[in-house]
Ligand binder design. Sequence first.
Ligand code: DGT
Ligand code: CA
Ligand code: CA
Ligand code: ZN
Length: 588
Amino acid sequence: MDNAQISRVFSDIATLLQLEGEPIFKTRAYSRAAEIAANHPVDLVSIASDLDALKEIPGIGNAISLKIQELAETDHLQFYEDLQGRFPAGLLTLLEVPGIGPKTALRASEDLGIFSVETLERSIEAGEFEKLPRVGKKNAENILRHIRSQRRQSDRHMLGMALPIADRLCETLRRAFPSASNISIAGSTRRGVETVGDLDILCTSDSPSEITHWFASMDEVTDILGQGDTKASVVLRNGLQVDLRVAPAESFGALLLYFSGSKQHGINLRSRAQSMGLSLNEYGLTNVESGQLESFLTEAAVYERLGLPYIPPEMREDRGEIQLADAGELPTLIEVGDIRGDLHVHSNWSDGRTPIEEMLVEAQNLGRGYIAITDHSSGRGVANGLSDERLILHNEEIDRLQAEFPDIRILKGSEVDIRSNGSLDYDEEILSTLDIVIASVHSAMSQERSVMTERVLTAMNNPHVTAIGHLTTRLLFDGIRSRDPIDIDTEVIFAAASETGTLMEINSSTKRLDLKDTHIFRARQLGAKFLINTDAHRPSGLPDMRFGVTMARRGWCETHHVVNTLPVDQFVRFIETPKKQRYALLEE
Ligand code: DGT
Ligand code: CA
Ligand code: CA
Ligand code: ZN
């Protein structure tokens, strides 16, 4: 049971209790617990045996803690099951459909036997559903449209796919309307969430309806979900939904703040505003007493008016950022320009697509001062891994290329398989010829948690292992496949990073993003330091560094948390220092 599943249980409980007529203060505790569980950086199951640890989480009381414990220990919650038993099956699913209230949902399930979105859809198409009291044809059609739009959005899209499309749309808009200003990406894409439901784009203009009309009639639009004078919602040929909003320039600050989210960050800001006698919405701040509206040109100005410094979008996830900002303790987040080296790169020596030279040329173009060429080890047969003999030739090739490329320091590396027992593909003698060893799991991924944890710990204790590559091996769907993460005790692993002197890789590959943001957040708290690497298999993969940096920002990392921000000579000193003393070097 993971945090998302626990969250789900609590939000269901809140909904069902409301249906039973429980007072709002009672259901509120559950909906709050659902939000907290969804955002909590620590796996709740891993701390559930310690009741006090649960209760220390702000917003989690005794009753909720006991329920988390029961869920963790038994995978069930009697209270929840009893509650569900008092309602028809499928009711919760129906309630999630916008436009269906509790009474209609109950009728639909009891009278028409509707128990799922699919049966609802069929019933609407058959003209049955509209006959329910107070529904009617028009409502039924609206609900059907919502269902279809929701289905589209439940297919979330990888950030690495969505962001370039959003950038391109902004560019198109900029060219079509030179007079429009403040053209910006908002929503989850701006916050750098690993997958996005839809794109949100904003701009300001004095003639908004021209822009929304033009937008809805673009060639690549296949479906118009809504179109008005100030907003348009469309579906593109590639399946992405895009929401556009146009407003006058004087309210841009509040507009961008509102539509950048997260929703909960917005709600928290609103309650802060309320405590100051102000009401916050997408137009600005209204003085509750006088009714006077204050507009803001920039987001920073809104924050300032609320007595806060500017909070970067990647931090706006209700993880304590407002309290931190209030205390004047916001971190200075790492930026892509702080990155000086890339320590996980493949070439056509293993499964990469191009010769090492081409990777070097592009790395230099991107301003990297150092790079490790880390082709696969021999255990990984499918990836054309290097035998001992080929690795020695690979090392010689790097010496040769170093003479040709004096402006970038080329490190001898390998991405070495961690075998199922924790041993590595190369022996001591071979490993000691390498500057960088990225140790990764590529096989036996279904090992049980304790075995997997021991396996990776064994690799971390190896004095030659610089970093653990893509720890969880998860793959985000890339249109074809996705892969669940391995089952591993991340608390133990992250704590072992500083003890063993091992770095944790933040893999920037757009289909991996591994570690993910909440892992980075927690690993940082536990004292781990990181490498942000691209794992590029061709030159065009090298700029993906920005996605790893975005994840690091979402984990609140500053430059000192990330070792490949060091200048080349300091980085070389770091890897030449015996492993156990490396973390101490970073404290200097
Ligand atoms: P997504 O599209 O599911 O990846 O996530 P977002 O965050 O982009 O959400 P979206 O597109 O539904 O809405 C964009 C932003 O608009 C959201 O981040 C915050 C704001 N927003 C939308 N609905 C509400 C709401 O009901 N209350 C508040 N406070 N803000 C909202
Ligand atoms: Ca969105
Ligand atoms: Ca949206
Ligand atoms: Zn790998």
